[in-house]
Ligand binder design. Structure first.
Ligand code: ZN
Length: 177
């Protein structure tokens, strides 16, 4: 039966490990993991989740952009499982934007990311996809991709002054609307 999974938090050493390529995408445990991650992403209202966040060291994550107060124009998309993903090419331009993470509760960071990226990944049917991602979706991809290499957004901020509490972040959002 499919279920929402519990998220490991900063301090758990698994969050700092390098994940392994998925060899048999069609195998039931992988397909079940994908279904469970999609349920987890919906129950937490997140826009992305990576397998290592549920203590499964597989190179796969879910991207599920939807409009939100910070990115009202973010595309609404069905959750996509991206398996064995990598960045083929990226813009020289980076942009800073606010990020949070289910594994780092209570903290938001103002994180620089490539504005656009071309990526390749295998989908859950085993087909290879090559797509260009921009802005918010490119940001989600880069955040989740980092998880596969044991990196969290805290490692990417330019200054510790770019880290704020969730409470202050919410105030900041409200003052902008
Ligand atoms: Zn995260």
């Amino acid at each position: 039966m499919n279920q929402s999974l519990s998220i490991i938090k900063l301090g758990n050493p698994l969050l700092r490990q390098f994940s392994y390529n998925v060899e048999n995408i069609k195998d039931e445990p992988i397909q079940t993991l994908i279904d469970d991650l999609i349920i987890t992403i919906k129950t937490t209202n997140a826009v992305g989740i990576a397998a290592p966040q549920v203590a499964a060291l597989h190179r796969l994550f879910i991207v599920a952009s939807h409009p939100n107060p910070r990115y009202p124009n973010a595309p609404l998309m069905e959750p996509i499982a991206m398996i064995n993903p990598y960045i083929v090419d990226h813009s020289t331009e980076t942009v800073k934007g606010w990020e949070g993470c289910l594994s780092v509760p209570g903290i938001r960071g103002f994180v620089p990311r490539y504005q656009s990226i071309t990526v390749e990944y295998t989908d859950r049917n085993g087909d290879i996809n090559n797509v260009k991602l921009v802005d918010f979706v490119a940001r989600i991809f880069q955040h989740e991709y980092d998880h596969l290499n044991g990196i969290v957004f805290l490692d990417r901020v330019e200054s510790s002054q770019d880290l704020i509490s969730e409470e202050e972040y919410q105030k900041l959002q409200n003052s902008h609307t």
